[in-house]
Design a protein around this ligand. Sequence first.
Ligand SMILES: NC(=O)C1=CN([C@@H]2O[C@H](COP(=O)(O)OP(=O)(O)OC[C@H]3O[C@@H](n4cnc5c(N)ncnc54)[C@H](O)[C@@H]3O)[C@@H](O)[C@H]2O)[C@@H](O)CC1
Ligand SMILES: [K+]
Length: 518
Amino acid sequence: MLEAFSGADVRAAEAPLIDAGQGDALMQRAAHALFGVALGLLREAGRSTYGATAVVLAGSGKNGGDALYAGERLLRRGVGVTAVLLAGNVHAPSLDAFQRAGGTAVGLDDATEPSALADHAAAADIVIDGILGTGASGGLRGSALHFVEAFHARAGARGSRSAIVVACDLPSGIGVDDGRISGAVLEADATVTFGAVKPGLLLGDGAQAAGELDVVDIGLEMSSFTPVVRTLLDADVAALFSRPTSRDQKYTRGVLGIAAGSTRYPGAAALAVGAALATGVGMVRYLGPESVAALIHQHNPEVVASTGSIADARSQAWAVGPGAVDDDDQRRRAVDALHSGLPVVVDAGALTELPERVGPHVILTPHAGELQQLLAARGIDAERSAIEAEPARFALRAAEVTGATVLLKGFATTIASPSGALFVQRDATPWLATAGSGDTLTGIIGALGATLAEDDGAAKRLRLPPEDLWAAVAAAGALIHGRAGRRAARRGPVVVSTLPADIGAVIADLLQEPPPTT
Ligand SMILES: NC(=O)C1=CN([C@@H]2O[C@H](COP(=O)(O)OP(=O)(O)OC[C@H]3O[C@@H](n4cnc5c(N)ncnc54)[C@H](O)[C@@H]3O)[C@@H](O)[C@H]2O)[C@@H](O)CC1
Ligand SMILES: [K+]
């Protein structure tokens, strides 16, 4: 699991080590890791290190110190390294070491025209961004801002430029704790971050700017701090996933009840059912119109269907809402499921049926527009664009006011627990942004909920407090869904009705994972 800690907490974890005189050792560890990644990227790009050119961008703080020490190591490998000093007072011992190894340092103050240095950086094989780290406040300013703008103008955007950019700890210009970018940012191909992931590397535009993330252990003890954001990795989903045992039968494995679809939108139910079956459950019970059940049975005859009520259909969890529009029976079922005390995934048409207050076992899966309505119904006005700009903030707010677990859809999926715990998953592909995609996500999360509903050890397997289990279940659903979409996209544009085959294959792969070590 990736766990991101606030910049302040990472600095607090560093403090006792620095007090014990280990500050320089920490910096050397950071620099060594940064150097290793830079070397690896050069090799990956097919560039030989001897004779390669690098530019180190150094700001006034320790971030610049890390980058200069990494530059010193590159010099000793035969790389030609220039340091651009973007502040008058860079970290002196590292600058000294850099120069003694033969490096050239050039100062750039606010008055100097950055064009020649930006030209040089744009033509370099690799650029190391040591402008700002966890000590950053606000966006880039002064000579650093001018330099980054000039570099962009010459080098072009990530993907089209030839220089590889490696960020030291974090891309300069992102908000350390929220990933917000005000003004310019130096988008990285890779970010080497020290001690722990910072929230800005997982959230918002900061995550986009970070590129490949490499987390380096420099010996910080973070166990007494609470993560601000988490991202599940394959091994976490494998650990959470409920595998059937030899003692299981269909009822103990987990029965998912699905009250979705309507005569107007029958397909949504079929998609949710197909995805749930592919995720693995003991049984799917379908409640809804006979015509919808007939459609479901064309593909999935194993589904037990009825036109009855929630009370008559024993299940371990419910999924309600997809395609349930203008249908009073489905609306009643949604309300009953929400009062059943069982885990419920609530999507689309059922989101408006939410009681004033529920518990975290109720998982809402709105997109930004639906979240806007949900908040407005509780007297909280927020523009859709504001929700899209700060998904974490609004998902947390919605979880706080409803008591539910809130999964906010988007390119990155943001999941908030009413406890304040936050998960972000970036497993999806834009190819998944197609009709019916959300219905399959509901089915996947529903199936995970049904199979984990009576599994008392599930939260413990991820070392999470029990109240955050449902956020982890939703995050696991988002990972499986996103990964299935990527797999499907290898065949071309995603056809959602074919997604179950990919869901099954993704789960088969995940279950090969060794158990997590953290
Ligand atoms: N504390 C430690 O012992 C370790 C810290 N490490 C590195 O040190 C970094 C933190 O170092 P610092 O606390 O010195 O902080 P920074 O390196 O982020 O530098 C902060 C300084 O930059 C200036 N600044 C802040 N915001 C600015 C802006 N928007 N535009 C222009 N200048 C701005 C200010 O003068 C501020 O003092 C980490 O990110 C990491 O790279 C690592 O070396 C590991 C060990
Ligand atoms: K940086």
